[in-house]
Design a protein around this ligand. Structure first.
Ligand code: CTP
Ligand code: CA
Length: 234
């Protein structure tokens, strides 16, 4: 691979990687979604498999071929993903939250298709939204003082100049309390593209690594940092 060698430093480790973007149904034919393609999560899964890990890949609406060897679990909504992560958290050495999770879902999915009111040509429906669970934060809290699993979050921020975005990410790192937060400045747009530039922050918001290049290279940089934060092998 791009690192010039198959370093098998994740043998015996099990990772739960979430990828893609959740969909929140409004009615039987419509949903709220986002632009996440799943490529960064996929690159992480590929890289972890190359390094010898077992990978559970929670895929939210990803139209990509399953990485050979990964145990793929498909989900749709944020609630489904939350349920899956909660059920598996105790069984893995690391949780890597690369998925773009909806912050808001429909407060009440309509059972029938929402129709236009033909009698009132200017009228529009009011969509009531509800907050979803913050899966990353919830996972950190439910781990409590335990050493397992290591937890990695991602943050795609926009903010005029890069410094403002980095500041938002630092604060997010402290707020989330994950072992690592991978910050991606998306002011210039990154979804669906092959290349990526990230700063990897620790739980204090301090930068511990910087990586620029393909999503594969970024994936390996994240795994390099994760390696030293994995729980001790019993
Ligand atoms: N995340 C999550 N559950 C949510 C929302 C986000 O687990 N309901 C995770 C994402 O998978 C990512 C991290 O939290 O790893 C940061 O997501 P981001 O959207 O940047 O953070 P938010 O806390 O949702 O803040 P914002 O208001 O900036 O969107
Ligand atoms: Ca969010």
């Amino acid at each position: 691979d791009e690192r010039g060698g198959a370093l098998r430093d994740l043998v015996g480790r099990e990772l739960l990687i979430t990828a893609g973007g959740t969909r929140e149904e409004l009615d039987p034919v419509r949903f709220l979604a986002n632009h996440s393609s799943g490529r960064q999560g996929w690159a992480l899964a590929h890289a972890a498999l190359v390094r010898g890990a077992r990978v559970r890949l929670a895929a939210a609406n990803v139209a990509l071929e399953t990485p050979p060897g990964a145990d793929r679990l498909d989900v749709g909504s944020a609630a489904e993903l939350a349920e899956l992560v909660a059920a598996q958290l105790g069984q893995v050495d690391a949780l890597v939250m690369a998925a773009a999770v909806a912050d808001f879902t429909s407060a009440g999915r309509a059972d029938q298709k929402i129709k236009k009111d033909e009698a009132a040509p200017d009228s529009v429906p009011i969509l009531a939204l509800a907050r979803t669970q913050d899966i990353l934060r919830h996972s950190v809290v439910s781990r409590g003082g335990a050493a397992r699993p290591a937890i990695v979050g991602f943050a795609a921020e926009t903010g005029g100049d890069g410094a403002a975005a980095l500041d938002l990410a630092r604060r997010k790192a402290r707020r989330k309390g994950a072992d690592l937060l991978v910050f991606n400045d998306v002011s210039a747009g990154v979804f669906g593209t092959a290349d990526n530039e990230v700063r990897i922050l620790d739980r204090d918001g301090e930068e511990v690594a910087h990586a620029a290049g393909s999503k594969t290279l970024v994936a390996h940089a994240v795994l390099d940092e994760l390696l030293g934060r994995l729980p001790e092998v019993p």
